[in-house]
Ligand binder design. Structure first.
Ligand SMILES: Nc1ncnc2c1ncn2[C@@H]1O[C@H](COP(=O)(O)OP(=O)(O)OP(=O)(O)O)[C@@H](O)[C@H]1O
Ligand SMILES: [Mg+2]
Length: 597
């Protein structure tokens, strides 16, 4: 692929797909509190792990003392028994500390997975409640990355990271204590490098955090693009856009890599600096010990001291590494917790009550609505549908038909006016009781992965096979279902793979009929119907509408003309209303529409 050409296209790719989220400068206290909430659930295994680690570390730290005694006492005095005992103790200290370490690792791994599970299930539960408006406003790939890779990434930092952080801090104190047991002057020297390192880490910290946040942004952009490409693969291939899309993807991936390299560079600098400072101090202790204090320092003492000095820097290097993981994790946690904090704008309040079984009287009173602040979509819409009425909504594309029915099901909150069902304002009702009594078939009827029967049963989980068959027969979907290889047990996929658009719609009708709603909403896409299924779909719609208050956004005259009332919607207003004959006689917008068909 010609890379140079791709580079030229970069500005475009940037504008469309490279949309970063904000970069937060500080670790928010709020997020730390949320972390603690998840940690609380696993505090017992973590406490046990902490205890095991501390015991293991203290036991391991006795090792150099045994060596010192062996070198300074047992060997010079040729005391074989003491030497053997010391060797045995050294071996024992190693075995015990390693054993404790192994148990600790299991405990921490379990705790980590449990945290992942808790965060992910909270996140998913929250996503299920978030309003359409949330999903309207961002690429779905960006939501996906938060639920899967980001959550995976934070588990280690939250379990192992925090535990190790505590352990290493305590380790530093233990080691200092042991060092002073050996020789206080040498110990002081080893501790001298500490402030230098602390100052260094403190300065580089904000840069490091920002760098990792930028990486998470680029990751998210890349993921969003890949997800979109998978969803849109048919259009891509139809328009022969594969090459160009590869170019966009390459740019996004290159951006991500650049950002990652930068973050890695900063992290490496931290790591390298700690490593260097530790080596310098380590050598310093040996030189000091060997030259200046040779009269006082025994060989064993020097060996033990060197060992402690080396161990002393280990926790500090570890702390820097933990800090690295923690910084990365925090940038992911920001995004995760932001999503969890995203307000569920459409939610029950303490004053919400259940909608009692309804007759199906629907009223819109001067409803005004906009999706975003920029443009009013519905302008003072009023309508009144008596139980059993069938209302057809017609009008040009973008007129606001779908918007009207979206408000009836309260997928969005209205700005002004009221939507009433049997006299109850939808704003005061519990969402569940409201939607349970409505059958909603959207413009793009979604088919879930599973069997045909699973899909029909979606809204009524306790439906028996007989009920499913009966519903399919009423709609007329049984004919095509029975022709499938496995009948009702034929697997279908997300995109409705394996069945036609019209068949998908029949399936959606059956699903709705089975849940037996009082109010029916049918938003029909013009293009979805193939002529072969047309008759069946017509019949399906007729069956569904019988005895229910229905709102039908239809494009076929045959469906529309049978409705008790037709509303002609344009620019967010109802321009004409009445039965077919009335509107035809009026020779207005509706008349024009019928003529054009
Ligand atoms: N989620 C959204 N965010 C912002 N604006 C939107 C959103 N959905 C629709 N709109 C805008 O609101 C207006 C009405 O849209 P609506 O979907 O109600 O039209 P419609 O009458 O159903 O059209 P169609 O016949 O093409 O389905 C359109 O101008 C559209 O651009
Ligand atoms: Mg629409």
């Amino acid at each position: 692929m010609p890379r140079a050409k791709v580079k030229q296209e970069k500005p475009q790719g940037r504008n469309r797909y490279d949309m970063d989220e904000y970069l937060d400068e500080k670790v928010s206290l709020f997020n730390i509190k949320r972390c603690l909430k998840y940690l609380a659930g696993v505090q017992n295994p973590l406490k046990a792990a902490l205890l095991l680690s501390l015991l293991g570390n203290v036991i391991a730290l006795t090792g150099p003392l045994f060596m010192q005694r062996a070198l300074d006492v047992a060997i010079p005095h040729k005391d074989v028994r003491l030497l053997l005992i010391l060797a045995g103790l050294l071996a024992l200290s190693i075995v015990v500390s390693v054993g404790f370490g192994a148990i600790r690792n299991v405990l921490v791994a379990k705790a980590g997975q449990s945290i992942v599970h808790d965060i992910r299930s909270d996140l998913f539960a929250h996503l299920q409640k978030l309003p359409f408006a949330f999903y309207d406003s961002r690429p779905h790939g960006k939501i996906f990355v938060r639920v899967v890779p980001y959550v995976n990434n934070v588990s280690d930092a939250l379990s192992n990271g925090i535990l190790n952080f505590i352990i290493e801090i305590l380790n530093i104190f233990f080691i200092i204590f042991f060092m002073f047991q050996v020789d206080s002057q040498l110990a002081l020297m080893a501790v001298l490098g500490l402030p230098v390192l602390a100052a260094f880490i403190w300065t580089i910290k904000p840069r490091q955090r920002r760098a990792w946040q930028a990486v998470s942004n680029k990751n998210s952009n890349l993921n969003a693009y890949i997800q979109e490409s998978i969803d849109g693969i048919r259009v891509t291939q139809a328009f022969d856009r594969e090459e160009r899309n590869r170019g966009i993807m390459d740019n996004l991936a290159a951006d991500r890599n650049d950002e990652w390299m930068r973050a890695q560079y900063i992290s490496n600098t931290v790591w390298l600096s700690t490593e260097t400072i530790s080596q310098i101090v380590f050598s310093f202790v040996y030189i000091m010990g060997a030259y200046w204090m040779s009269p006082m320092a025994s060989f064993g003492m020097l060996l033990a001291m060197g060992n402690y000095a080396w161990r002393f820097w280990q926790p500090i290097i570890n702390l820097a590494n933990i800090y690295n993981t923690f910084v990365t994790a925090m940038s992911y946690l920001d995004r995760i917790f932001d999503t969890i904090a995203e307000p569920v704008e459409i939610a029950d309040t303490t004053n919400s009550y259940d909608l009692p079984p309804i007759r199906g009287h629907v009223e819109f009173r001067n409803v005004t609505f906009h999706y975003d602040r920029t443009r009013i979509i519905l302008n003072s819409v009023s309508l009144d549908a008596k139980p059993g009425d069938s209302i057809a909504l017609v009008g040009p594309t973008g007129a606001g038909k779908t918007t009207i029915v979206n408000l009836l099901s309260r997928f969005y909150n209205i700005d002004h006016g009221q939507v009433l069902i049997d006299g109850h304002d939808v704003m005061n009702l519990t969402i569940r009781s409201l939607r349970r009594q409505m059958g909603i078939m959207m413009q793009d009827s979604f088919i879930f992965t599973g069997t045909i029967a699973d899909n029909i049963r979606y809204g009524k989980l306790d439906a028996t096979d007989a009920e499913i068959r009966a519903a399919a027969e009423l709609i007329g979907a049984n004919k095509f279902i029975e022709n499938l290889s496995d009948g009702y047990n034929t697997p279908v996929t997300e995109r409705g793979g394996g069945i036609s658009q019209g068949e998908r719609q029949l399936l959606a009708f059956t699903r709705t009929l089975l849940s037996d709603p009082r109010i029916l909403i049918l938003d029909e896409a013009t293009s979805s119907i193939d002529t072969g299924t047309e008759q069946m779909v017509q019949e399906g719609i007729r069956v569904l509408m019988k005895g229910r208050t229905s709102f039908v956004i239809a494009h076929r005259l045959s469906t529309i003309r049978n409705c008790s009332c037709i509303l002609f919607v344009q620019d967010g207003r109802i321009m004409e209303r009445g039965a077919h004959e009335e509107l035809m006689a009026k020779k207005g917008h509706y008349y024009q529409l019928c003529l054009s068909q």
